[in-house]
Design a protein around this ligand. Structure first.
Ligand code: TMP
Length: 212
């Protein structure tokens, strides 16, 4: 008898919205309630491709913009066999950033259109739920200074936020906007309740293909 598959759950959002903290809390809560769950993050800096990306983000190396975009996508594709295996085993995957960050960040650069940026990720495993942690720039600023990695400036982040708004208009993706200005526990409760629904639905539906 085929076992129930796990759900693919993605957290996206602007910098300092609390994605990583919330991914960890969600995985812990699911595990504590007896639901197998694991966290993943993109870029996954541990692979050979991930190390090229990491060095680029840390400004230790330069890469042509199309090239790095394709590397971010390749970094997702190289993890697809593992993701599918875990989902089939009934493990829910909680993913910190996915193809939406890929399209939003590159299309915020001059000379890139959203459509081109989405293309390399067409056909990736489709998330059962994508939660966008929304935080206005003023509130984000109160949470501290930007880091020193590439893209960490308020001007660029504003452009990225606009691209996310465009991506969220796509009804083929199960988007939920989460108010990330609430306290950590309230945000967590909100995320958990959406996730439990998605896990139940995923048990009864096959894994889809993104943007297809
Ligand atoms: P993070 O490891 O702190 O989440 O940062 C990764 C950076 O890379 C962040 O600025 C967003 C950016 N990014 C892309 O430009 N394209 C992508 O496909 C992904 C996943 C992230």
């Amino acid at each position: 008898m085929a076992s129930k598959r796990g759900a693919l759950i993605v957290l996206e959002g602007v910098d300092r919205a609390g994605k990583t903290t919330q991914c960890k809390k969600l995985v812990e809560a699911l595990q504590q309630s007896g639901r197998p769950a694991e966290m993943m993050r993109f870029p996954d800096r541990t692979t050979t491709i991930g190390q090229l990306i990491s060095s680029y983000l840390e400004k230790k190396s330069d890469l042509e913009d199309h090239t790095v975009h394709l590397l971010f996508s390749a970094n997702r594709w190289e993890l697809v066999p593992l993701m599918k295996k875990k989902l089939e085993q009934g493990i829910t995957l909680v993913v910190d950033r996915y193809a939406f960050s890929g399209a939003a960040f590159t299309s915020a650069k001059p000379g890139f259109c959203l459509d081109w940026c989405m293309k390399p990720d067409v056909g990736l495993p489709k998330p059962d739920l994508v939660m966008f942690l929304q935080l206005n720039p003023a509130e984000a600023a109160l949470r501290g200074q930007f880091g020193i990695e590439r893209y960490e400036t308020s001007a660029f982040q504003k452009l990225v936020q606009q691209k996310f708004q465009l991506l969220m208009k796509d009804p083929s993706v199960n988007w939920k906007v989460i108010d990330a200005s609430q306290n950590i526990e309230d945000v967590h409760d909100n995320i958990k309740s959406h996730s439990l629904k998605a896990i139940n639905t995923a048990e009864r539906t096959p894994l889809g293909e993104l943007w297809k």
